[in-house]
Design a protein around this ligand. Structure first.
Ligand SMILES: Nc1ncnc2c1ncn2[C@@H]1O[C@H](COP(=O)(O)OP(=O)(O)O)[C@@H](O)[C@H]1O
Ligand code: SF4
Ligand SMILES: [Mg+2]
Length: 337
């Protein structure tokens, strides 16, 4: 079935212990991810956005079981169609899934070993998983390089001989080497110059269409995920506060936090004047979040109830989820006014 879910995340939590004192006793918890639920269909791109520190990377790493979750379920449908709760597998059981679920990292500078050639870097997963070696591996590496827009003649070169954008292409080729079924791309363009960002985004967009990738695309900036995403989930302090189709989210946000993020997206037509909403203050600490709605200290629509009662993520309109007491009443401004 084309529209079946490849991933279903249910009430996922990742609480990191805070230790202090001589005995390193646990004195609190950083609730980096605090009850996140969403699902991803095959060949779909889900954008995951929110300011730095809201828990995006932790969601990605926990789904791929680089961290064991504190609580929750992560159901993955493998190539054979079986549903597997990745959250509760042993590290031995998780190993075969590492081929199918992979990550593209933010920083193409530190994620590539500087002492390996591009051939070794892209070919390594093929060798580790016994898929190809020698000549066959070299051919596959050449194909992958061409696929991501790199000249295969450069496969004997080292990462430092490439620009930032090219290095991220090497990282993408390395991720694609095993033909993964699910990719978590964690801010894959955030470390790149603005001019190069568009090129790498275009590459990912092309690969999405060509290879039918299923992607969770993480960014702190809505304008980065706007075009590539089918649906977008907005995170704030460890929780999803809004989730719906990408275009709908930008045109018709239902959560005041999303409205602020949307107001920062440059309009396609430079003649259109937009009113940027500047959020006051910082993202609160997930170790000690504000009472009620965690967004209330920064929300321009906050009322007394917001300080006391935590809003739940509910389906305000068909397939449009938001967690705000006033989601149905506020007439928030999206792109296009
Ligand atoms: N391994 C860890 N141990 C303790 N705290 C962590 C760890 N990883 C992330 N955090 C904390 O969890 C919160 C969410 O971090 P992160 O998932 O990296 O956010 P984002 O990717 O959205 O910037 C932050 O407060 C961060 O300091
Ligand atoms: S619940 Fe209140 S504070 Fe929270 S986003 Fe809605 S209006 Fe703002
Ligand atoms: Mg991050």
């Amino acid at each position: 079935m084309a529209d079946e879910y490849i991933l279903e995340v249910k009430n996922l939590k990742q609480h990191f212990p805070i230790r202090s004192g001589w005995f390193q006793r646990v004195t609190g918890h950083i609730r980096a991810v605090d009850g996140v639920s969403f699902a991803v269909k095959r060949n779909e791109v889900l954008g995951l956005v929110g300011e730095s520190g809201c828990g995006k990377t932790t969601v990605g790493r926990t789904i791929l079981r680089l961290y064991a979750p504190t609580a929750g379920e992560v159901w993955y449908r493998n190539a054979a169609g079986e549903r597997i709760d990745v959250a509760h597998l042993s590290s031995k059981q998780i190993k075969p899934l590492r081929r199918e679920m992979r990550m593209i990292f933010q920083d193409p500078f530190s994620s590539l070993n500087p002492r390996r050639t591009v051939k070794e870097l892209i070919g390594e997963p093929l060798v580790i998983h016994n898929i190809a070696k020698g000549k066959a591996m070299e051919e596959r590496v050449a194909d992958l390089m061409a696929e991501v827009g790199l000249d295969p003649n450069y496969m004997e070169r080292y990462p430092h001989e490439f620009s930032g954008g090219q290095r991220q292409r090497i990282g993408i080729a390395r991720t694609l080497a095993l033909s993964p079924r699910l990719i978590v791309a964690d801010e894959p363009v955030s470390a790149l110059d603005v001019s190069v960002q568009a090129q790498v985004l275009n590459l990912l967009q092309g690969l999405k269409e060509q290879l039918g990738l299923t992607l969770i695309f993480i960014a702190h900036d809505l304008s980065v995920v706007e075009h590539i995403s089918d649906r977008i989930a907005v995170m704030y302090v460890g929780k999803i506060v809004e989730m719906t189709g990408a275009e709908r989210l930008l045109r018709h946000p239902l959560h005041p936090y999303t409205e602020a993020l949307v107001s920062a997206v440059p309009p396609a037509d430079p003649d259109i004047k937009t009113q940027r909403i500047i959020l006051q203050g910082d993202v609160p600490s997930p170790a000690n979040p504000p009472s009620g709605c965690v967004f209330h200290p920064r929300c321009r629509y906050a009322q007394d109830v917001c300080k006391q009662q935590e809003p739940q993520l509910v389906e305000v309109e068909p397939d449009h989820f938001a967690s705000c007491h006033f989601a149905a009443e506020l007439n928030l401004v999206g792109i296009g006014g």
